[in-house]
Write a protein that binds this ligand. Structure first.
Ligand SMILES: [Zn+2]
Length: 234
């Protein structure tokens, strides 16, 4: 069976090549998700090691907040934005899971995940989820959960407001647009006394994550941390 190990994997890789979702170059067998060069050049925020970072400050005073971090800085023209586009709009579901896992493995070297009890992906409105066929934040959350061995909770909060695209809205419009967009479900009681990690793909303003946490703020003794793949650096 040695020959399968020696030739089988390279053969599969040759027949079904993988490409880096950032630069588009073919990935060698030993590099997964993205190529070494793109991984090295990623504009990381390093927020996971910096408790009072700009992202975390946006949640202070709104509810009990522990930590907030994003993996890298988002800019619309960057090839890293294209990677997000692939898993958000182009059905690259496995990519979302793999990115979540890779991001969490890197952040595990910090104390970012210490004390967290469970992970909650920001839900999509059921209509949008039907159109897209999946929730990219849930897939990211499942990748993170695999890396850090924590449960994913998808039945505690729901999106009740179907909002139009936020892309061209101002910060104030986004805030107004998102107010009351989420609602706690009966199962939210299971979160009493828990430290939950809310996960989303990109944070442009804090309005989506704030509205989502706001729906759970009446759960007794709940604490929040926030994690996104990318954050817009205003
Ligand atoms: Zn690359």
């Amino acid at each position: 069976m040695k020959w399968i190990r020696k030739w089988g994997i390279p053969l599969i890789n040759w027949l079904f090549p993988h490409y880096c979702p950032v630069c588009g170059n073919r990935l060698p067998i030993e590099e997964q998700v993205m190529c070494k060069s793109c991984l090295n050049k990623m504009p990381r925020t390093r927020y996971a090691t910096w408790i009072d970072n700009r992202m975390a400050r946006q949640f202070w005073g709104k509810f009990p907040v522990e930590r907030a971090a994003a993996w890298f800085f988002y800019s619309r023209e960057s090839p890293y934005a294209y990677m997000i586009h692939l898993f958000k709009y182009s059905s690259r579901k496995q990519l979302a899971f793999d990115i979540g896992q890779l991001m969490a493995r890197e952040m595990q070297q910090t104390n970012f995940f210490c004390g967290i009890d469970c992970i909650i992906p920001v839900p999509l409105h059921p209509k949008k989820q039907r159109q897209r066929g999946y929730n990219q934040s849930e897939l990211l959350a499942r990748g993170v959960a695999k890396a850090i061995c924590l449960p994913v909770v998808c039945d505690a909060v729901e999106r009740t407001l179907h909002t139009e695209t936020q892309t061209h809205k101002s910060a104030q419009q986004r805030k107004e647009n998102m107010q009351g967009a989420f609602q706690a479900k009966n199962n939210a009681t299971q979160l009493a006394g828990k430290h939950v990690l809310l996960i989303d793909d990109v944070m442009t303003t804090s309005s989506t994550l704030t509205a989502c946490a706001d729906a759970l703020r009446d759960v007794p003794d709940i604490k929040f941390s926030f994690l996104t793949v990318a954050v817009v650096d205003h």
